[in-house]
Design a protein around this ligand. Structure first.
Ligand code: IPE
Ligand code: IPE
Ligand code: MG
Length: 246
C-alpha cells in the first residue's frame, strides 16, 4: 500500500487576531496585558507557520475601525507595535522574511512609521516568505480607493474599461502582487470578518476557533492547517470533476 499523500498546506494564511481583551479580563488584568501577551504569541505563530511550509502570513493587527477604542488603548497598541518592530526586525532579516503592510500606515504615529520603514527596507529583497501587517486597514476603504484609482487610470487612458478583468482591477488593491489567502483563521469565537480582506477571501477556507489569541500557539495552528488540508476546495466545480478516478 502506498503512503497516503501529504495534506495540502496553505500558501497564505491570514489571521484575525481576536480576544486579547477577554483574555486579560478573565485574569483580572488590564486589556493592555492581553495585547502584550498577544504580541508575544506572534513569534511562535510565525515560527510554526514557516516550519509547516506556509509562505505568507497576514496579521490583522489594527483595523481602520479600531481608532474608535479608548485613546489610552490605541496609544498602548501603537507602542506595542513599535516595540514589536524594533525587537523583530533583526529576526526577520535573519530568517529572510519580507515585511509588507496593507492599510493607511501614513496615519500611524511617526515613530511607528519609522520602525515600519526600517523593517520594510531591511527585508525588501527577500522572496521566499512574507509577513504582511494589516495596519489601519479596512476592506471597504481599500476597494473604494482602488475603484477611484482605476477610474482615474481609465480617464487618463492607462486602463481600458472594455478589457477590464479581475487581474487588471486587483492591481489597484493594497494587496497588489500578493496571493489571496488560502486560509483565514479567526480566534476568540467570533465568526465575522470585521472588514478584513473581503474580496481577497472570496475562495478562502475559514477556521473559527474559540481559543483566545493570547492562547493560540503551535498546537492550534497545526490543527487549523490540518483541518485546511482535509477540506476540498472546489472553486465551483463538483467533487467528481476534481477526483475523476474515485
Ligand atoms: C484583538 O483583541 C486585538 C485588536 C483588535 C487590536 P481585542 O482587543 O479585540 O480583544 P477582545 O475582542 O476585546 O477580547
Ligand atoms: C478585528 O477585531 C480587528 C483586529 C483583529 C485587528 P475587533 O475586535 O476590532 O473586531 P470587532 O469589532 O469585534 O468586529
Ligand atoms: Mg475583539
Amino acid at each position: 500500500m502506498s503512503a497516503p499523500a501529504a495534506l495540502p498546506v496553505p500558501r497564505h494564511v491570514a489571521f484575525i487576531m481576536d480576544g486579547n481583551g477577554r483574555w486579560a479580563r478573565q485574569r483580572g488584568l488590564p486589556r493592555i496585558e492581553g495585547h502584550r501577551r498577544g504580541v508575544e504569541v506572534v513569534r511562535t505563530v510565525l515560527e510554526t507557520a514557516w516550519q509547516l511550509g506556509i509562505r505568507q502570513i497576514t496579521l490583522y493587527a489594527f483595523s481602520a475601525e479600531n481608532w474608535k477604542r479608548p485613546v489610552e488603548e490605541v496609544g498602548a497598541l501603537m507602542g506595542l507595535l513599535e516595540w514589536f518592530l524594533d525587537r523583530e526586525t533583526a529576526r526577520l532579516v535573519e530568517n529572510r522574511i519580507r515585511l509588507r503592510t496593507i492599510g493607511h500606515v501614513e496615519a500611524l504615529p511617526p515613530a511607528v512609521q519609522q520602525a515600519l520603514a526600517r523593517a520594510t527596507a531591511a527585508t525588501a529583497g527577500f522572496t521566499e516568505h512574507t509577513l504582511v501587517l494589516a495596519l489601519n486597514y479596512g476592506s471597504r476603504d481599500e476597494v473604494l480607493e482602488a475603484a477611484k484609482a482605476y477610474a482615474t487610470a481609465v480617464a487618463e487612458g492607462r486602463e481600458r474599461v472594455d478589457s477590464a478583468t479581475w487581474d487588471t482591477f486587483s492591481r489597484y488593491l493594497a494587496t497588489a502582487g500578493l496571493p489571496d489567502p488560502d486560509l483565514v483563521i479567526r480566534t476568540s469565537g467570533e465568526t465575522r470578518l470585521s472588514n478584513f480582506l473581503l474580496l481577497q477571501s472570496a475562495y478562502a477556507e475559514f477556521v473559527f476557533t474559540p481559543v483566545l489569541w493570547p492562547d493560540f500557539g503551535k498546537a492550534e495552528l497545526t490543527a487549523a492547517v490540518a483541518e485546511y488540508g482535509r477540506r476540498e476546495r472546489r472553486f465551483g466545480q463538483t467533487s467528481e470533476q476534481l477526483n475523476p478516478a474515485s
